[in-house]
Design a protein. Structure first.
Length: 213
């Protein structure tokens, strides 16, 4: 792990956000203070290496929904860095970008605990740990079984430095699936309260997810 730097702590949250929904933002808001973040930056992906097929809405729409879903909270930002590449996004490349912008800051890449199973398959994982920490959203804390190579990096939130750690941020994560939301919109025209009203309105006005692909 590296030495603590400027005191600035930045959370980074990547995803396709197809669509952006309450499960993307509410758990992050819930742990914002305990993580002592200065800001959280959402990074919509052009495409993700572990997802098959294509997104069902355009980069323009996914960016717009992410902006609308975060615009009321000044602590949250949206970056175009992956969308502008127009190709598969790898976390290590995105983190190189943010580390170049914030060489002394703490960077926390936010993931759900379901991503832990595949973490050792991530491209250039050793370099990722040189660039950032992983902040894992979880209801139950660290899992009972975790690969030793990952377990040795686990530390309390308050003990993390600028990079190299895995921290578990306990929260009441919402069981919301983008796939389920798209299906609800396609079949019923509404996803109820799973979407923020401003995002739901945008989807309705833009006619998104109405047809199967």
């Amino acid at each position: 792990m590296t030495e603590a730097g400027s005191g600035i702590r930045i959370g980074l949250c990547g995803g396709t956000f197809d669509p952006f929904h309450r499960g993307h933002v509410e758990p992050v808001r819930a742990i914002f203070e305990s993580m002592e973040w200065t800001t959280v930056v959402y990074v919509p992906a052009w495409a993700q290496p572990f997802k098959t097929g294509h997104t069902t809405s355009s980069p323009y729409h996914r960016h717009a929904m992410t902006v609308l879903g975060t615009i009321e909270d000044p602590r949250l930002e949206v970056s175009l860095v992956e969308l502008e590449k127009e190709c598969v996004s790898y976390t290590v490349e995105t983190l190189r970008h943010f580390r170049s912008l914030h060489p002394q800051s703490t960077l926390d890449w936010i993931i759900g605990d379901d991503n832990l199973e595949k973490l050792l398959e991530w491209k250039s994982l050793d370099e990722i740990f040189e660039l950032a920490n992983f902040a894992v959203l979880t209801r139950l804390g660290p899992p009972a079984r975790l690969d030793p190579a990952l377990r040795r990096r686990v530390c309390p939130v308050q003990d993390r430095t600028t990079a190299g750690a895995i921290v578990f941020a306990e929260n009441e994560a919402l069981a919301v699936s983008s796939t389920r939301i798209r299906e609800l919109v396609r079949t019923t025209g509404s996803a109820g309260d799973l979407l923020q009203p401003v995002v739901a309105e945008y989807i309705n006005r833009s006619g998104l997810y109405r047809m199967t692909t």
